[in-house]
Write a protein that binds this ligand. Structure first.
Ligand code: HEC
Ligand code: HEC
Ligand code: HEC
Ligand code: HEC
Length: 298
């Protein structure tokens, strides 16, 4: 926790909102996420679309305060059209309406022609078409499948019920995105053996500067922990990031994890209340390209 205090001082002196004391385990605080703590905090992220959330929230009339319902339901979940394990669990969204263009066939001929379930899950909001309230099982009695007609607001003003362009719209054309639904086959593209443990990967041995805080302070470049199945894990393997052996959106992102890593040098933590750390799974985000270098031995 000493590291936490050093970081708090640095953040305060840089003019950002000071973080509170090290003993406060509140998910809003910049944290160093030791192994085995939950990768939690969705309530205070952009992925809380309920009336108690931030930014785009269903606080009109009608609306809802539920958080999970935008993605999960305890009963009557959507399993249509996918093999077991392909779909995100207890999925509460109707199949995404977009028609997607996959990354392309240039990598290995045949494999990048489909879009997998874990990626379709994200695209069911990030395609820039599908509405947020397009649910299979609405809150309360009955199913009420389909668009709920909820009014979304931001700072009290009416706002679109879908992602309307900008940085958050990944869109329907996936040719300009890191390959997804691509089978992970080492050693292609210098990929590491999928059985490699995160803590076996030394991310600093090949960097020039060892005096930068990210390296010399024992920061998040000298440790390699990732959110896996909802917990921070140091000794899980690359294969734990794959879905049916493939890279999907959720290989790099955990949609529940308010990633406020204490040593993240990018500005995702710049404004504390706004920081989701891009929902990246890696503690420290992509500091020193540690996220990329975990899979790619470059
Ligand atoms: C924005 C969409 C979204 C919201 C909101 C959401 N989830 Fe998820 N959840 C997902 C996706 C997508 C997966 C599959 C992730 C993967 O492939 O690793 C998932 C997986 C899970 C899992 C399986 C293990 C894990 O953590 O990866 C649990 C448990 C879970 N969610 C619980 C919840 C609960 C409880 C809530 C509400 C507090 C919630 N989720 C809100 C999208 C969401
Ligand atoms: C229920 C709809 C929904 C689903 C499903 C969903 N998202 Fe989001 N996501 C949103 C909204 C809404 C925002 C923020 C909107 C805003 O800030 O105006 C957002 C924001 C984000 C951000 C930006 C976070 C930041 O730090 O600024 C990332 C990254 C992201 N989502 C990734 C994902 C990934 C990956 C998945 C699938 C695992 C996913 N989302 C699934 C609705 C969704
Ligand atoms: C190989 C890892 C990887 C995969 C796979 C991946 N992302 Fe990302 N994503 C990242 C990184 C790293 C960032 C932060 C980029 C930056 O700093 O500009 C990011 C940023 C984002 C953002 C925020 C963009 C911004 O500039 O604010 C969204 C939204 C997002 N991802 C959604 C998705 C969705 C949806 C998918 C699946 C189609 C996906 N990601 C697949 C690594 C990945
Ligand atoms: C979860 C593992 C994983 C992570 C993390 C990851 N990649 Fe990849 N990347 C892959 C796989 C798998 C391929 C497909 C390689 C193949 O089959 O030839 C790939 C391919 C690529 C390619 C080659 C695309 C082509 O058309 O030849 C580039 C460039 C790339 N990744 C860059 C990045 C960058 C930059 C990051 C960090 C933002 C990153 N990757 C993170 C797994 C990963």
């Amino acid at each position: 926790m000493k590291r936490f205090l050093i970081f708090a001082v640095a953040a305060a002196s840089a003019g950002f909102i000071a973080v509170s004391t090290a003993s406060d385990a509140n998910a809003l605080d910049i944290d160093d996420y030791p192994a085995d703590v939950p990768a939690s905090g969705i309530g205070k992220t952009r992925h809380n679309l309920g009336a108690l959330g931030m930014h785009r929230i269903a606080d009109g009339d009608p609306g809802t305060t539920e958080i999970c319902v935008f993605c999960h339901t305890p009963h009557h979940a959507n399993v249509d059209g996918f093999a077991a394990g392909e779909k995100a669990p207890l999925w509460n969204r109707t199949n995404a309406t977009g028609s997607y263009t996959p990354y392309g066939t240039t990598l290995n001929g045949t494999e990048v022609q489909q879009v997998g379930g874990a990626t379709l899950a994200c695209l069911s909001c990030h395609d820039g078409i599908t509405t947020f309230d397009n649910l299979v099982n609405a809150p309360g009695k009955g199913l009420n499948t389909g668009s709920q007609g909820w009014q979304f607001n931001e700072d009290g003003d009416p706002i679109d019920n879908y992602i309307n362009g900008g940085r958050l719209a990944i869109g329907t054309d996936l040719r300009d995105d890191h390959p997804v639904s691509i089978t992970y086959i080492a050693p292609r593209a210098s990929l590491r053996d999928p059985d490699t443990r995160f803590d076996e990967i030394n991310l600093t041995s090949d960097v020039f500067s060892t005096t930068h805080d990210a390296v010399s302070s024992g920061g998040n470049l000298t440790q390699n922990r990732w959110a896996v199945n909802g917990y921070i894990c140091a000794d899980c393997t690359i294969s734990s990031l794959l879905r049916n052996g493939k890279v999907e959106c959720s290989s790099c992102h955990d949609p529940h994890f308010a990633n406020k890593s204490w040593d993240e040098v990018e500005d995702t933590w710049g404004s504390e209340a706004e920081a989701d750390g891009m929902f990246l799974r890696r503690v420290g985000g992509n500091t020193g390209s540690g996220l990329c270098k975990t899979c790619h031995a470059k």
